[in-house]
Design a protein around this ligand. Structure first.
Ligand code: CP
Ligand code: NVA
Length: 310
């Protein structure tokens, strides 16, 4: 049994195995209907319990479809419908019940501490479906999408991130840049630099990260341009003020023109004003393929947790 909480804690060999498995499985599957099961029925009879403390569209749908395609089933809980969410049952007892009724647990939470507490008490695999500090299933899936489109290992590409450099998605991207050895340029306002400890960790593990306070410099010659919402779900800030501070960090056609000619644009969604419609809906944007690929990578993440990767 294996947990999937932060990319940083998973050996790079294992992460690459997940990607490879997802590639094979997607190829074999072809154009089958959404809910048709894979012929090897790898998770037959297994129940994935997912719990959301925050909104979700893509993560919710893709985990549901992923476990169904693996021949298992899913049950989705809303934290405010549990005794735990109402404050009348302990986390330890909740974890014990989820562990005895279910076979894997996917949690989207507003507290990294809670994720660690669950990990302590769970006796089944726990998957981080987004926390304030990381979004590992999203970023692993994005690596899959990049390699699928670019047809080369991500280690041969220059990835650029424009926008808030201190949120869950960029944290996981920084961790991924170390695990998959790719170059990462970050363009963000001075006030919103990446987490210092994370950068220190990346540096001491041969990270190839460059930080710019100018998005043109960051985007220059890159193969992939990423951005994310300026205001994340856990952001307790003056929204208007923060949005103003990012007015020069919007991904526009001008920015894309500094990247390579065949560069692609990615965004995990949902989106705000950090990208122009022209880019988001334009030819270089691969956001719909990116969203759908969550299913394939989630499947291989589940198999990793059940130690069933081929
Ligand atoms: N990208 C992503 O995680 O989307 P949801 O918040 O809709 O799950
Ligand atoms: N950084 C965003 C990602 C949403 C999928 C948030 O946490 O709201």
């Amino acid at each position: 049994m294996k947990h999937f909480i932060n990319l940083k804690d998973i050996p790079s060999k294992e992460l690459k195995k997940i990607i490879l498995d997802a590639k094979k499985r997607k190829n074999i599957r072809g154009n089958n209907n959404t809910l048709d099961t894979d012929k090897d029925y790898p998770l037959k009879g297994k129940l994935l319990i997912q719990m959301f403390e925050k909104s979700s569209l893509r993560t919710r749908l893709s985990f549901y479809i992923a476990i169904k395609q693996l021949a298992g089933g899913a049950l989705t809980l809303r934290s405010d419908e549990l005794h735990l969410g109402k404050g009348s049952e302990s986390l330890a007892d909740t974890a014990k019940i989820i562990s005895t009724f279910g076979n894997a647990f996917m949690l989207r939470t507003d507290s990294d501490k809670k994720l660690q507490e669950f990990r302590k008490y769970m006796t089944i695999p726990i998957i981080n479906g987004l926390s304030p500090s990381s979004h590992p299933t999203q970023v692993l899936s994005d690596i899959f999408t990049i390699e699928e489109i670019k047809k080369k290992p991500i280690s041969k590409l220059l990835i650029c991130w424009i926008g808030d450099a201190n949120n869950n998605v960029i944290n996981s991207l920084i961790e991924a840049s170390v695990k998959f050895s790719f170059k990462l340029n970050i363009g963000s306002p001075r006030k919103y630099q990446p987490n210092k400890n994370l950068l220190k960790w990346a540096k001491s593990n041969n990270g190839k990260i460059k930080i710019f306070n100018d998005c043109i410099k960051a985007a220059k010659e890159s193969d992939v341009v990423f951005t994310d919402k300026v205001i994340s779900m856990n952001d307790n800030v003056n929204k208007e003020k923060k949005l103003k501070e990012f007015k020069n960090f919007k991904v526009t056609k001008t920015i894309m023109n500094y990247a390579k000619k065949d560069a692609i644009f990615l965004h995990c969604l949902p989106r705000g004003k950090e990208v122009s419609d022209e880019v988001f809906l334009g030819k270089q944007s691969k956001v719909w393929q990116q969203a759908l690929n969550r299913i394939y990578v989630q499947k291989s993440i589940l198999l990793y947790c059940f130690e069933k990767l081929r």
